[in-house]
Design a protein around this ligand. Structure first.
Ligand code: BYC
Length: 472
């Protein structure tokens, strides 16, 4: 079992104590990270005890322990999944060669950029969510928010480790810059679009953890195939933590749907706003927004960057090793939906530059599974309504659809039509004001805000009314 050394200042399973240079670099970065956490981490709860899980091993069975922790005292550290003996590069031009334990010189710049882009999203999400604590719907949800936040912090550590360990001075500069950019700051924004959007309310947060964290799953899974083994091992362990974040989103949105449906059924009404809940059409609008901004995170449909990442054996496909083909894709094609004059058409394209779209397709199929579960809840309440995923071209800012207006059904629109209809498809200022009006904190043990149902069970076998956060 790969246990983690907690006697070190920076817990780790990478033998940090044997590399004085790296240890010093990370120990210099640590107080800067803590200052960043105090400055833009969860607002108002830095001294609060929270029932959190901490990684104690990288063994998939029983890797975590639970206990009360003040967040700034959380043991952020460096944990890589166990090396796979004799692992060979599974794809790209270097397929079949032994994996790299060091960065190949010619790929240094590209690899650094991939790691920085991944790393940048982690602190960004903490910044986006920093004010949510004060409007929590329950102690259970508050605890889950903080769990997600500290683990995003740990994911930042994971990327900073790679930068400091393998990229010398450039890497250290990037590590500093990761603490300097700020979500939504026009002068020093975070790198990717969705990470500069505000997360003003808990409905947005739950949608974010469902849709945007799921992008994380697919990006990390592709990087977990990397020929650069330290990156692959880092991402493999991050995926273990990531599963909980998506659980928060899936069950969270499911609980909102559940509560709305109960009120619709019991009150025999569609107008649940008068009961202080979130009506299904408003849920659909929030879903449309978060889904579309998350689709943008996969990059352009046709991307030379994506082709290069793959050919260089740096970023693979989702479940690369399970695919039954040559894992080089030089002669393969892939169907890509594109704007073709006045229409959206599916055409076969060379597979390599289509890899962003292929990953987006895997993601879309996964997103649909959650909607199916939510729709089952609606159906079980005898309600005739179905949540749907919008067309991939709807409300896009990146790629071929960035310059056109498209309805959720996939119909091209004029700017005027879009202007008239967009309020039906995306949250309007009134919807946002309404949802925000519901965000009143509920902090009594076992109590839940009226707009969300309690969860089916508590955390780590604890009861739902457990004191998940010890408020003064
Ligand atoms: N916003 O060839 P293209 C997570 C840029 S989430 C702004 O289409 P490429 C998490 C792009 O950089 C997962 N800019 O894109 C979730 C490029 O710029 P340059 C994060 C964008 O490179 C919740 C240009 O447009 N991980 O972990 O194929 C909480 C043309 O680029 C965007 C990763 O993203 C955008 N959305 O693909 C916490 C994995 N999209 O070269 C955490 C690492 C593209 O013209 N990143 N651009 O300056 C990658 O694999 C790739 O960078 C991307 C973009 C897939 C993101």
């Amino acid at each position: 079992m790969a246990s983690i050394d907690y006697t070190e200042r920076i817990p780790n399973n990478v033998g940090l104590g044997e590399d004085r240079r790296l240890q010093r670099a990370l120990e210099e970065w640590q107080p800067k990270f803590l200052a960043w956490w105090q400055d833009v981490g969860p607002h108002g709860f830095q001294a609060t005890e929270v029932y959190l899980r901490t990684a104690v091993s990288v063994d998939p069975q029983g890797w975590a322990q639970f206990g009360y922790v003040r967040m700034p005292e959380y043991r952020w550290g460096i944990f890589l999944a166990e090396p796979e003996p004799a692992r060979v590069i599974p794809f790209g031009d270097h397929k079949g060669q032994p994996v790299w334990q060091d960065v190949p010189g010619e790929y240094r710049g590209v690899l650094r950029r991939l790691i920085v882009t991944q790393g940048d999203t982690e602190p960004a999400s903490v910044e986006q969510q920093r004010h949510l604590g004060r409007t929590c719907p329950s102690l259970y949800d508050l605890r889950n928010l903080f769990q997600v936040n500290v683990e995003e912090g740990r994911h930042l550590w994971a990327m900073v480790y790679l930068l400091d360990a393998y990229f010398g001075r450039d890497g250290r500069e990037e590590s500093e810059a990761l603490l300097e950019r700020r979500s939504g700051d026009p002068d020093k924004p975070r790198i990717l679009g969705a990470f500069n959007e505000k997360t003003l309310d808990w409905l947005s947060y739950l949608m974010f953890t469902y849709f945007t964290d799921r992008d994380g799953k697919y990006q990390l899974a592709s990087l977990a195939e990397s020929g650069f083994d330290p990156l692959a091992r880092t991402c493999r362990f991050m995926l273990t933590e990531e599963a909980h974040h998506m659980f928060v989103g899936e069950t969270g949105v499911g609980r909102v749907v559940q509560r709305t449906c109960e009120l619709m059924r019991d009150g025999r009404t569609d107008d649940v706003r008068k009961h202080g809940a979130i009506d299904l059409p408003t849920l659909q609008k929030y879903l449309n927004f978060h889904y579309s901004v998350s689709l943008d995170l996969f990059g352009s449909e046709i991307s030379t960057n994506a082709a290069n990442f793959y050919a260089m054996s740096l970023k693979g496909r989702f479940e690369e090793t399970k695919k039954n083909d040559d894992h080089r894709l030089q002669h393969a094609t892939y169907p890509v939906t594109q704007l073709d004059g006045e229409a959206l058409r599916v055409r076969e394209h060379p597979a390599l530059p289509s890899l962003n779209e292929r990953l987006r397709d895997d993601y879309i199929a996964d997103c649909q599974r959650g909607l199916d579960r939510w729709n089952r809840i609606i159906k079980e309440h005898g309600i005739d309504f179905k949540l749907t995923l919008a067309h991939r071209a709807f409300h896009r800012k990146i790629g071929t659809f960035a310059d056109v207006r498209v309805s959720p059904e996939g119909r091209l629109l004029t700017e005027a039509e879009w202007g008239v209809k967009k309020r039906e498809w995306l949250p309007s200022p009134e919807d946002e004001a309404y949802v925000q009006s519901l965000m009143q904190p509920v902090t009594e043990r076992g109590q839940f805000a009226n707009w969300i149902a309690p969860p089916a069970r508590g955390v780590n076998g604890q009861p739902v009314d457990f004191e998940y956060v010890r408020l003064a």
